[in-house]
Design a protein around this ligand. Structure first.
Ligand SMILES: C[S@@+](CC[C@H](N)C(=O)[O-])C[C@H]1O[C@@H](n2cnc3c(N)ncnc32)[C@H](O)[C@@H]1O
Length: 312
């Protein structure tokens, strides 16, 4: 039997009704299968604009998701044994919502809020970031990368820890965030220990095996599900063997309280307002071949995973 890979969208229509509705639309649909007496599953690889069009075509008939009690797309892989990196991420991120923003929209959003970002996030997120920095435990002389450094507070902390013989590198998609971070590094007298790049971290402009550590705080959850293994495999490539990665991110681990459901609902219905969504950090790192050293689930107003892992 040929196994078709892709996301599964369950709809309350039969397979021939689905095919009729799909007529003339490609939208990454790989196969339509019967999944019950009046129910079908659309196996697709649609992302971004195509995913939104696909959902719009089936609005009102997407099957109720038993887990979240929201009417939303059920996302699973059809081939959990698959070995491609995309398969690993889908398998390790069950029930995780997709990201609907384009990279351009993400860049524009962070450019717009760069000036007020600290006011919006500082109080709640600061203790989480600091716990992550503590786990990273950067040492003098090390080369450490921060992905999605925002206004640059962690860059300053890392620059202090690596000292004059070390280096803190940073990549962020927003040029306005970069300008803020650069100004902060200069103000704190750390600019000569830092090198910042503006770009998409899906591809890291760093040579292989050259980094001692990589740090993410509230950034990994901005990457769409199929991108997670790509970003993490780039991190693995850029780290030296034994190099460590620390990820702080809003998580689906632990208790699914009202606030987590509200967070996901907001992400789904108002993606411009809530661009990130809870993910599974430890599972994603494990699936990408990292060895987990420490994994905590802390509580902000939603669960936050703070995970330290190592490149074998
Ligand atoms: C929620 S903020 C977190 C900032 C900072 N790490 C903190 O904890 O305060 C996410 C940051 O990731 C950046 N970002 C988003 N998508 C990115 C991408 N694909 N590549 C690199 N940076 C990205 C944004 O510009 C923003 O600065």
């Amino acid at each position: 039997m040929k196994i078709v890979k892709g996301y599964r969208l369950y709809v309350e229509l039969n397979a021939s009704q689905v095919r009729r509705r799909l007529k003339g639309h490609g939208l990454g649909v790989r196969k339509v299968e019967t999944a019950g007496s009046h129910r079908a599953v659309i196996i697709h690889t649609a992302t971004g604009q195509h995913l939104r069009q696909l959902e719009a075509l089936f609005r009102g008939v997407i099957e109720q998701n038993a887990e979240t009690k929201n009417s939303e797309v059920r996302q699973e892989m059809t081939n959990p044994q698959g070995s491609a990196t995309d398969d690993v991420a889908f398998e390790s991120e069950p029930g995780v919502l997709r990201v609907f923003q384009t990279k351009e929209a993400t860049r524009a959003y962070y450019n717009k809020i760069a000036k007020v970002y600290d006011l919006l996030s500082e109080e709640a997120e600061k203790p989480m970031r600091e716990a992550g920095i503590k786990k990273l435990a950067a040492r003098p002389g090390e080369r450490i990368l921060e992905v999605g450094f925002g206004t640059g507070h962690c860059l300053v902390e890392i620059a202090r820890a690596v000292g004059p013989s070390g280096k803190v590198l940073g990549i962020d998609i927003s040029d306005q965030m970069l300008a803020h971070a650069q100004a902060l590094l200069t103000k704190e007298g750390m600019a000569d220990r830092a090198e910042l790049t503006c770009g998409d971290a899906e591809q890291l402009p760093f040579e292989s095996n050259g980094l001692d550590g990589i740090f993410f705080s509230f950034t990994l959850e901005l990457f769409d599900t199929p991108e997670l293994p790509k970003v993490l495999s780039e991190c693995k490539r850029a780290l030296r063997p034994g190099g460590r990665i620390v990820v702080v991110a809003v998580s689906r681990e632990g208790k699914h309280g009202v606030m987590l459901n509200l967070y996901e609902w907001t992400h789904k219905h108002f993606p411009n307002l809530m661009d990130c969504r809870p993910i599974y950090v430890r599972r994603a790192l494990e699936a990408s071949g990292f060895t987990i050293k420490e994994a905590d689930v802390e509580s902000m107003w939603v669960p936050v995973e703070i995970v330290l892992a190592e490149k074998p």
